[in-house]
Design a binder for this molecule. Structure first.
Ligand SMILES: Nc1ncnc2c1ncn2[C@@H]1O[C@H](COP(=O)(O)O)[C@@H](O)[C@H]1OP(=O)(O)O
Ligand SMILES: [Mg+2]
Ligand SMILES: [Mg+2]
Ligand SMILES: [Mg+2]
Length: 354
């Protein structure tokens, strides 16, 4: 199915950017050495791969859509100080290797890529810091999560390169690159690596890691008892015990599938799990828009629904975060109301214990 929608060009550019970023992050994993990882103020890890991939994607988006603001996860302040010199040099090298790699079929030099697209160190830092837009309800803006699930990336497990286009608070385009996800869960011999992409109103598709051979995605129908819950590997990121109780309440039989990153949204869209449950573990954590925007449009276009635990649509127009955190629940259209009912029953039980 060719995408002839209003945002077909944006999708094409983002798939090209995510394809380059996946090659970059995979090569970083092979070579990552100890002093190439930092711990951020919120105690989460960030690697040279996160910074270099954000610089790469931001450069491509800025060259192609110069007036569009960017909401990106990373900023370059730790790289501008003396102690960041070694990492900075490595990031500049990695970003330039990815920017100047040969053009693939469909690529265009006007996007700021290909041999000759070399950038200075200052330009790379500026590209990273271009992701500092505060978000908000109006106009076009891009989100970049250069490596979503950095902890999974460091373990050699799942992570995702995630980019979205939000227009007037609605996600119009979402692209998720998953270098470590099986191409076909029913046939591991096909290897790993896929790009998932959706344009609102134009469907959700899985591509090869080269951005070719699209296959339409649609969430298979299941009864609620036949659901399989997808959840974070990291117990600090979402409540495993809450999900266990929802399993009991709904009579779900299958064991949960634990997976890092927005690869969970992709897995849901091709039937590897029936619902993605993400209930907060701490009061005060605000989910970031770049952690959910691509997944939201992907699931909706594959025939699903994404809401908070109250059943309300996620609001991508309040800033860099989703605001007050009431969890995230994604599932196929037919079972979503039943999952929300189960979630609310467990919430009521928890409240009555306080
Ligand atoms: N306390 C928390 N609650 C929910 N999500 C979190 C929390 N701390 C970090 N995250 C984010 O969860 C995402 C990964 O989710 P998952 O565990 O499902 O793979 C990351 O983007 C990570 O942010 P960060 O990139 O800042 O580390
Ligand atoms: Mg993330
Ligand atoms: Mg990240
Ligand atoms: Mg992070």
């Amino acid at each position: 199915m060719a995408n002839t929608s209003k945002y077909a060009f944006e999708e094409k550019v983002v798939i090209a950017a995510v394809r380059r970023a996946c090659a970059l992050t995979s090569s970083v994993f092979e070579k990552l050495i100890k002093n190439e990882t930092l711990v951020k103020g919120d105690k989460s890890p960030v690697t040279v791969g996160d910074f270099a991939a954000q610089a790469l994607i931001s450069t491509i988006l800025h060259n192609t859509f110069p007036n569009d603001p960017i909401v990106g996860e990373e900023d370059a302040s730790d790289l501008r100080i003396e102690s960041g010199k070694l990492m900075r040099e490595r990031i500049v090298e990695l970003a330039n290797d990815a920017l100047t790699a040969p053009l693939a079929a469909g690529d265009n030099v006007a996007w700021g890529i290909g041999p000759g697209a070399h950038r200075t160190s200052d330009e790379i830092l500026e590209a990273i810091d271009r992701g500092n837009h505060p978000g908000g309800p109006n106009g076009r803006m891009w989100t970049i999560d250069p490596i979503d699930g950095t902890k999974g990336f460091l373990r050699g497990e799942q992570y995702a390169v995630c980019v979205s286009l939000i227009v007037d608070a609605t996600v119009q385009v979402g692209v998720i690159g998953c270098p470590n996800l099986l191409v076909d869960p029913s046939d591991p011999s096909k290897g790993t690596g896929a790009i998932f992409s959706a344009v609102r109103g134009a469907g959700a598709r899985q591509f090869t890691l080269e951005g070719t051979d699209p296959v339409s995605l649609s969430i298979p129908k299941t009864e609620v008892e036949g659901l399989k819950f997808l959840e974070s590997v990291e117990a600090a990121h979402s409540s495993h015990s809450f999900n266990d109780r929802v399993t009991e309440v709904l009579g779900v039989q299958a064991a949960h599938v634990r997976m890092d990153s927005q690869a969970k949204y992709a897995a849901l869209c091709r039937g590897e799990g029936g619902a993605y449950l993400r209930m907060p573990t701490v009061v005060g954590y605000k989910e970031k828009i770049w952690d959910h925007a691509p997944g939201e449009v992907l699931v909706v276009e594959a025939g699903g629904i994404v809401t908070d635990s109250r059943g309300e649509l996620l609001n991508f127009g309040v800033g860099r975060t989703l605001g007050e955190n009431f969890g995230v629940i994604a599932a196929g259209r037919d079972v979503h109301p039943k999952v929300i009912a189960g979630v609310q029953q467990v919430q009521a039980e928890e409240k009555s214990k306080i």
